[in-house]
Design a protein around this ligand. Structure first.
Ligand code: KG4
Ligand code: ZN
Length: 419
């Protein structure tokens, strides 16, 4: 089964084409084409994603990206296609709210054969609703002209599947690099999903059945990273910048024996560091599996108010302390959730799972304290938003015949994976 996947939930416009085989328990995916266009440089000057701009960029980029992805997949065959007046009018209505997209769409679609794909998978939420709609309407228009069914994919489910996917060791294709597989997944799976808009612990008891175990009560982790980075005058997105500074501080600290105080796990009684930068670990001892990061962010703000000029070294130590606080809370809550759910597979997913320190803390935890739990972390290229992850999740739904009719296909900014 060939799936064309579309992702436009935030500031990445992405399309991928996957050839999927096997079944839920043992699935293989050959990546035939994959294009990702990041808008980071455009949003940087606003210090965050500007929804109207994201929407405009998606509308501008989708057709060129579709063309190049089909070409890469060797599925682009030029041929003049006639469109009935009725279809034209229907598509014009579907794309009426995406400026510029209809013109490019008609030009492209009337000059190529319908490609040999079996389904279209598209992110319908969660995310920025105006951005999501561009992808959803594009998928509806393609579905109409090419007569292909559409799978509605939850973005967070995509992050889970990306973490479960591993590069195939057996290969079997011309390029081993491009074959992924999802197999040997032991249920239940506990997923810690950490991204710009989400921080949640979700349990997958069976394939595609989810239960919410814990969630942030205020800011998402990625949001906290981005806001703290802004306070430190670091560019958007802040996560990678904080990580870079924190790693610098750690490399210096590790070369100075005894330079740091012993870690403390007490909320309100944080550790000392050589620069005396101390941050709280919010809700560490709370009995739930919920999180809170707003207080941590405010603690950074208050700390910065007490320093007129923060030096480069202090910034590094602050970044390190912030990361330590986040990682400690994430680890503690996940560990609690593992105990409560008796999950045997732990997934780390979402953009923040790219974080070197968080990956290190979780890997260490698996190695030392939880050998009975298998940790699955996405490959670097699949960590932040992409369309491959949407194709992976799309396969599981398409294999069950779980398609959505065009009239009910909608974008939903705050779609939930689990009740
Ligand atoms: O999943 P994602 O690409 O988009 C959303 O669905 O939100 O996640 C983006 C978030 C941003 O907040 C970004 O700062 C954060 O992931 N991020 C990181 C790192 N790389 C990206 N946070 C911490 N460390 C990183 N290395
Ligand atoms: Zn994401």
């Amino acid at each position: 089964m060939k799936i064309l996947a579309i992702e436009t939930s935030c500031d990445e416009t992405a399309i991928a084409i996957l050839e999927c085989s096997g079944d839920e328990k043992n699935a293989q995916f050959r990546v035939l084409g994959n294009t990702l266009l990041s808008q980071i440089d455009i949003h940087k000057e606003y210090g965050g994603v500007f929804p109207a701009l994201a929407k405009r960029e998606h509308a501008k980029n989708l057709v060129p990206i579709l063309e190049s992805t089909l070409e890469e997949a060797e599925l682009l065959h030029e041929d003049t296609q006639a469109l009935s007046e009725e279809t034209r009018a229907e598509i014009a209505t579907i794309l009426s709210r995406e400026p510029g997209l209809a013109g490019a769409f008609f030009d492209f679609i009337t000059e190529c054969e319908p490609p040999s794909i079996d389904a279209i998978a598209v992110t319908t939420g969660p995310g920025l609703e105006p951005a999501l709609w561009v992808g959803v309407n594009f998928a509806r228009a393609l579905s109409l002209v090419w007569n292909k069914p559409v799978v509605a994919v939850n973005h967070m489910e995509g992050h889970i599947m990306a973490a479960l996917a591993r590069r195939s060791e057996s290969g079997g294709g011309t390029s081993e690099e491009d074959i992924l597989e999802i197999k040997d997944v032991e249920m239940p799976v506990l997923a810690l999903l950490i991204s710009g808009g989400h921080t949640e612990l979700v349990l997958m008891k069976e394939w595609l059945q989810y239960e919410l175990i814990g969630a942030t009560r205020d800011d998402a982790v990625g949001e906290a990273f981005d806001k703290v980075a802004r306070m430190l005058d670091l560019p958007y997105p802040g996560g990678p910048e904080i990580s870079r500074l924190a790693e610098l501080a750690r490399s210096v600290e590790s070369s100075v024996p005894g330079s740091r105080g012993a870690p403390s796990s007490d909320e309100g009684a944080p550790r000392d560091s050589i620069l005396g930068i101390k941050l709280p670990r919010p809700m560490l001892h709370d009995a739930s599996c919920d999180f809170s990061f707003a207080g941590l962010k405010t603690a950074v703000l208050n700390l910065l108010k007490t320093r007129v000029d923060i030096t480069a070294v202090e910034k590094q130590h602050l970044a390190r302390e912030f990361e330590d606080a986040v990682a400690e809370v994430l680890m503690k809550k996940t560990s609690r959730a593992l105990e409560e759910t008796t999950a045997t597979t732990l997934v780390l997913g979402g953009g923040v799972s790219a974080n070197t320190h968080i990956r290190r803390v979780f890997t260490h935890f698996e190695d030392t304290r939880c050998p009975h739990v298998t940790l699955r972390i996405p490959a670097a290229a699949l960590t932040t938003d992409n369309a491959i992850m949407i194709g992976l999740a799309g396969f599981y739904h398409a294999a069950r015949g779980d398609f959505t009719d065009l009239a009910s296909l909608k974008a939903s900014g705050n779609a939930h994976l689990a009740p």
